[in-house]
Ligand binder design. Structure first.
Ligand code: DXP
Ligand SMILES: NCC(=O)COP(=O)(O)O
Length: 255
């Protein structure tokens, strides 16, 4: 057990409801409901809701963001995290809704899914004013980053509050002979982030199977945002049982 794994309190679970919206959008019936998914997950113990309103509205639409922002006003303990590319449509949502957190992701408009973090220092100049604007609105800023210890000082120099570790490489290495080496890169990156005062989030392809190993070896993780695998589980088990199962995984990681 990594002693730093206990840095701070147990990590929060933020449920990404993109894939509920994706299924809903395949008919004009309004079901499955994004709001009901959010409510069921929060009632079952999730600490937050995440959305990624992509410019092509393939899943989360602007109206979903509006509805969730209004709904979450009745959930003061729950955090609202909006993800996206701040050079595209994201800042309009930040200015309108002032979510608890915004996660800057360097996706192109037609990208299949998020598959890389920011490149620093190259991206720094265009990110700086956007980070300052979001923070001036009272919004915590997290930068979506690949596991790279050497990049953490540049993130801190930009004034970002947190990083979100892009965890796809961990998920794809899970259970293979590459697992230990890939996980060590995340452990080192998190250690470097903590040293420069950054908070740590994580997400992408995390699941009930791989989450415990990640949390036991990567120090200081404050929030995991999980969508695809969690919604897939919920199709089989329902939202409540699924969220409780993920919370048990998180609890055992810190036991
Ligand atoms: C940034 C990230 O890794 C995910 O939060 C992202 O929202 C996934 O996007 P899709 O749900 O469109 O694949
Ligand atoms: N930031 C990661 C996220 O919100 C959900 O990613 P995934 O679990 O759908 O891969």
């Amino acid at each position: 057990m990594n002693p730093l794994a206990h840095a701070g309190s147990r990590c929060a679970l933020s449920v990404n409801v993109n894939k509920v919206a994706l299924l809903r959008n395949t008919r004009h019936l309004g079901i499955p409901s994004v709001l009901r998914a959010a409510e069921q997950c929060l009632l079952a113990g999730a600490q937050g809701i995440t959305v990624h309103p992509r410019p092509d509205a393939r899943h989360i639409r602007p109206g979903d963001v509006d509805d969730l922002a209004a709904f979450l006003k009745d959930w003061p303990q729950a955090e609202f995290n909006i993800e996206g590319n701040p050079t595209q449509n994201l800042m309009d949502f930040v200015r309108k809704h002032r979510p608890h957190q915004v996660t800057f992701v360097p996706d192109s408009e037609d990208q299949f899914t998020s598959d890389h973090g920011w490149t620093l220092p190259q991206d720094a100049e265009r990110l700086q004013p956007l980070i300052r604007e979001a923070q001036a609105l009272g919004v915590r800023v997290s930068l979506f980053m690949d596991p790279n210890p050497a990049a953490m000082a540049a993130v801190a120099a930009l004034g970002a509050d947190r990083i979100e570790l892009y965890t796809e490489t961990f998920a794809s290495a899970f259970g293979t002979e590459r697992q230990a080496d890939v996980l060590a890169g995340f452990t080192a990156t998190a250690g470097a982030a903590l040293k420069v005062g950054l908070g740590i989030n994580a997400g992408h392809d995390l699941s009930r199977d791989n989450l415990s190993l990640f949390l036991r070896h990567v120090p200081g993780v404050q929030e995991v945002s999980i969508g695809h695998a969690l919604v897939a589980d919920a199709l089989e088990m329902g939202y409540a049982e699924t969220v409780k199962a993920y919370q048990r995984v998180i609890a055992t990681a810190y036991a």
